[in-house]
Design a binder for this molecule. Structure first.
Ligand code: NAD
Length: 358
């Protein structure tokens, strides 16, 4: 019996986590779920979108399956997702992107793994509002130390990149590559422009790479890799990126394999791991039983592997792959056109996968 925290989340979260829970249980692996709500509605009721009880549950169980949580844009509470990663020091966001035969994609045989740093960079959440005391002090400091002028009516976000944070994420990428028999790690940066922050990321990545002579290493500038991934995704294998580029390139990679409905993820630290799809809460589809649960189910498969249930993970992945290959019991996003009347529901996909688990 594995104890796990289950966070249904906002928007389509409850529907897809329910589907994932059902298929995980259908593999025969037993779970004792501790269901913990977090997000928008919890914020209205409890005054915080991430109550301590949620963190305590994950600390106790070590693993969580999490639905997406809405983040208000521009104002309101800060991202629960970012807070969760920072509080539990889930320093690695691991997002495998591979094409399954039969999926509606522009490319075949894409097999990328995004290793995104999860705690630093512009996502550190250190920001100063326009006209605040903090913003004014920074504007003054910058003027005194560099002679450069930041416009007085500016808001400021800070981008910290450390040796510690970079070393552990790059090491994770190489260890992952070794464990999973991958051939190459590519470090992605913008060190030509941000010579100190991204420059440090690159310098540390090069140093770490020297210890892994069995795996090829290269680096690429982020704008260049976006173009290259669209033209020649087969050239790449494991990509390691600072937080912001990792977030953006993850969605690009999801687009290569058939969309967000197929892109899973895991937030992993030394002690805890939270498994969640790359996509967000897709609020306009809330309650419609319509969106694709496969990204969430694939995240559940990553969780099975994480807890050592590799046989169940294999069985479930084969069942899911066969549903994709047949193309019949899939949601609208995987049909030739989105208004295809043969598209099935979120729960219909879960039923089809369960029917194929042998
Ligand atoms: P989104 O990923 O929620 O949805 C964008 C579009 O992608 C949807 O409208 C839909 O067309 C498609 N899509 C997403 N998931 C799908 C699925 N499972 N099946 C089929 N199609 C799917 O992105 P958004 O609209 O920018 O964000 C909505 C909210 O989610 C925001 O508040 C955002 O902050 C939040 N968010 C949360 C997480 C997280 O919890 N980790 C991640 C990203 C975004």
């Amino acid at each position: 019996m594995h104890k796990a925290t289950l966070i249904p989340g906002d928007g389509v979260g409850p529907e897809i986590t329910q589907a994932a829970k059902r298929v995980l249980e259908a593999t025969g692996v037993s779970f004792e779920w501790d269901i913990q709500n977090a997000g928008e509605e919890v914020y209205q009721k409890e005054g915080t979108p991430l109550p301590d009880r949620v963190l305590e549950s994950i600390r106790k169980n070590k693993i969580a399956l999490k639905g997406p949580i809405t983040t208000p844009v521009g104002s309101g509470f800060r991202s629960v997702n970012v807070l969760l990663r920072q509080t539990l020091d889930l320093f690695c966001c691991l997002r495998p992107c591979k094409t399954y035969s039969g999926a509606k994609t522009r490319y075949e045989n894409v097999d990328l793994v995004i290793v995104r740093e999860n705690t630093e960079d512009l996502y550190a959440g250190i920001e100063y509002k326009k006209d605040s005391e903090g913003a004014e002090s920074i504007i003054e400091l910058v003027k005194n130390t560099t002679g450069k002028t930041i416009r007085q009516d500016s808001a400021i976000s800070i981008k910290p990149i450390s040796v510690y944070g970079t070393e552990r994420i790059v090491r994770y990428a190489f260890e992952y590559a070794r464990r999973n028999k991958r051939r190459k790690v590519t470090a992605v940066h913008k060190a030509n422009i941000m010579k100190y922050s991204d420059g440090l990321f690159l310098e540390v990545a090069r140093n770490v790479a020297k210890k892994y002579t069995d795996i090829e290493f290269e680096d690429k500038i982020v704008d260049n890799i976006c173009m290259q991934l669209v033209q020649k995704p087969e050239l790449y294998d494991v990509l390691v990126l600072p937080n912001l580029y990792g977030d953006i390139v993850s969605d690009l990679a999801a687009g290569l394999i058939g969309g967000l409905g197929l892109a899973p993820g895991a937030n992993i630290g030394d002690e805890f791991a939270v498994f969640e799809a790359t996509h967000g809460s897709a609020p306009k589809y809330k309650g419609l039983n319509k969106v694709n649960p496969m990204a969430m189910i694939l995240s559940g498969i990553m969780m099975l592997r994480h807890i050592g249930e590799t046989v169940a993970a294999e069985k479930l992945e084969n069942a899911l792959a066969s549903v994709i290959k047949e193309g019949e019991f899939v949601t609208y996003d995987m049909k030739p056109t989105p208004d295809d009347p043969t598209a099935v529901t979120t729960s219909g996909v879960a039923d089809a996968i369960i029917g194929k688990i042998s």
